[in-house]
Ligand binder design. Structure first.
Ligand SMILES: C[S@@+](CC[C@H](N)C(=O)[O-])C[C@H]1O[C@@H](n2cnc3c(N)ncnc32)[C@H](O)[C@@H]1O
Length: 338
């Protein structure tokens, strides 16, 4: 998934820096702003026990799949009722017009063209079937999270957006004209590890957990994940939320202190202070709302501080909506807490 702030392209830098600083001391790794779960999954595959957390439900679901699913999935309950392959079965469904169709297609909502009609009907039908299977006991909890993760990924591929759900495009872009296809995603198995996933505010959860390595990847700016990914949140919940405005965002969208210039410094220091972890790492780039000096000052109060950095090329839209290649510096701030 194309996710704001995803660390998928700098996983080696993160892994190498963390190993360099900790010298492989410790085995409990916590990814407390976990998003798509790629960092926690990398450390699971390295053999760490992983705690993951995010305040968004779609992220919780995705992390439940990639981290807590630790064996092959059999769908034995579905086989007993004659469904040999749930993906083949789901891809054929087109019988239910639900919340996505009525609110996020041109035909159903009269304005918002986030999906072509056929795809929205399929998303509604598939989500409905997954919920019914779960409620009737035909699929287990881990299979439920697995199927919703696959549906989120499939839906995101055919969304008619520039990349996030803060706005839809006027005309259906090419990828949004394709037919949605739900496909099996990888299952990451490492039998020597144990993972636990939470959905909580980082600053609340930090008071209830402990471990060896705490990895922090908070939002860098004012762009709210609850608005940027509101439709994924609704597909993940499969609910009927109150929505508002031209874009149809959920009214119950969660707010984060890490998006706010006024709150971020206090929230960050509170997190470091309460962290019951020996090592703490913070990913932050040079365009974030906290400055390098602010971060260094706060972290240095609590122990030995060091900073790793890497040039990172990315594409950025300029004023004329052209994309230009831009280099940002990704920092990994490291702290050994006294
Ligand atoms: C930069 S993204 C993390 C990206 C992730 N490392 C990845 O590679 O996919 C920041 C994440 O923090 C979450 N978040 C923001 N504020 C939070 C808070 N106070 N507590 C928990 N999660 C929060 C957002 O929902 C978002 O998924």
């Amino acid at each position: 998934m194309n996710y704001i702030g995803s660390k998928v392209s700098i996983l080696d830098f993160i892994e190498n820096s963390i190993i360099d600083f900790t010298k492989e001391d410790g085995h409990v790794f916590c990814d407390i702003f976990s998003g798509t779960g790629v960092v926690g999954t990398r450390f699971k595959m390295l053999g760490y026990d992983v705690i993951a957390n995010d305040m968004q439900y779609y992220s919780y679901v995705i992390n439940k799949h990639y981290l807590e699913n630790n064996e092959d999935i059999s769908f034995s309950g579905l086989k007993k009722i004659g469904i040999k392959d749930p993906f083949v079965f789901l891809n054929k469904l087109d019988n239910y017009r639900g919340f996505i169709y009525y609110n996020y297609t041109l035909e159903g909502s009269n304005e918002r063209q986030y999906f072509k009609e056929e795809n929205a009907i399929k998303i509604d039908s598939m989500r409905d079937a997954i919920e019914k299977w779960y409620k009737k006991g035909y699929i287990k909890t881990n299979e439920y999270y697995y199927l919703i993760t696959c549906l989120l990924e499939a839906s995101d591929k055919v969304a008619n957006t520039a990349s996030v759900y803060e706005a839809f495009l006027k005309n259906l872009k090419r990828s949004a004209q394709n037919d949605i296809e739900i496909k099996p995603l990888p299952i990451t198995i490492n039998k020597n590890t144990f993972s636990k996933v939470y959905i909580d505010d980082s600053n609340e959860l930090i008071k209830k957990i402990d471990g060896d390595i705490l990895y922090l990847d908070p939002p860098y700016n004012g762009r709210k994940y609850s608005s940027n990914y509101h439709i994924l949140e609704t597909i993940a919940y499969g609910d009927y939320p109150m929505i508002k405005g031209k874009t149809g965002v959920r009214q119950d969208g969660v707010k984060s202190k890490y998006n706010s210039l006024n709150c971020v410094m206090d929230a960050f220091e509170e997190l470091i202070k309460h962290a019951n972890f020996k090592y703490i790492f913070l990913s932050y780039n040079d365009e974030g709302i906290m400055s390098l000096d602010d971060i260094e000052t706060i972290m240095s109060k609590y122990g030995r501080y060091y900073r790793y950095e890497k040039n990172h090329k990315r594409y950025k839209a300029n004023k004329d909506k052209e994309t230009t290649k831009k280099t940002t510096i990704e920092y990994l701030h490291a702290l050994e807490k006294y």
